[in-house]
Design a protein around this ligand. Structure first.
Ligand code: FMN
Length: 221
């Protein structure tokens, strides 16, 4: 079935996108307003877009027209934030921080989470999260009532028991037990159903295709 986005209202386009582009990783973002009031919220319009420079992107909407979500307002105001990743163990607390509280509410307190000081930015990271990235704002791409926040990662914290080799930067990824957001309002995926498929070098592919084609026919005059 074809869905022509020119003919479909924005809300319906949203439904089609979030129920197909899955699973999406979750950025559990801690930010602060200019007075230092803490804020935490979850965002699954999230990914990493470049390794060098290290860049993350987060799509943050508005609570209502003209009132951007507190996280976007804070990041615009202070230029700093921390992206924490969400493991199975963090799921319920992450969900509490996503409640649409007033800006005056500190979601870390509501969810019983422990803030730990960051090294390069003012907002703290979440002690309960296995990975935290300290970020500074690069730019906010205006998307109408949404904004795509692009941030440069200045530092990453990984829980000690998840680091396989600190010198070569090998992480025990399955042990992170991260969750992803699926469809609808409340479906999530675990990252424990894995399979391995190595990349194919061009040389190997050429050898395979030549072998499959068999010996070249001799041309006769
Ligand atoms: C798993 C999950 C993912 C979410 N992803 C997004 C998202 O990508 N963009 C967005 O604007 N809101 C998203 N939300 C909703 C926000 O977390 C929610 O509106 C929150 O109250 C915003 O908080 P803030 O105003 O303190 O920034 C998500 C909620 C959950 C539970």
């Amino acid at each position: 079935m074809l869905f022509d986005f020119k003919e479909i209202p924005g809300k319906e386009c949203y439904k089609l996108l979030v129920s197909t582009v899955t699973p999406r990783p979750i950025a559990w973002v801690v930010s602060q307003d200019a007075k230092g009031l803490l804020n935490a919220a979850a965002f699954s319009f999230f990914n990493v877009f470049s390794g060098d420079p290290p860049v993350v992107g987060i799509g943050i909407a508005s609570h209502k027209p003209g009132r951007p979500k507190d996280t976007r307002a804070n990041i615009r105001e202070t230029g700093q934030f921390v992206v924490n990743l969400v493991s199975e163990q963090n799921a319920e607390q992450m969900n509490i921080t996503a409640i649409e509280f007033d800006p005056s509410v500190n979601e870390l307190e509501q969810a019983g989470l422990t803030p730990l000081p960051s090294i390069r930015v003012k907002p703290p990271r979440i002690a309960e999260s296995p990975v935290a990235m300290e970020c500074e704002l690069m730019q906010i791409v205006d998307l109408g009532e949404s904004g795509l926040v692009l941030g440069r990662v200045l530092a990453m914290h990984v829980r000690d028991d998840l680091v396989l080799d600190a010198v070569n930067h090998y992480i025990d990824t399955p042990k992170l037990k991260l969750i992803g957001r699926m469809h609808g309002r409340g479906w999530y995926a675990r990252t424990s159903d894995l399979f391995e498929m190595p990349r194919i070098p061009v040389s190997e592919w050429k050898m395979k295709t030549v072998a499959a084609a068999g010996p070249a026919e001799k041309t006769t005059r």
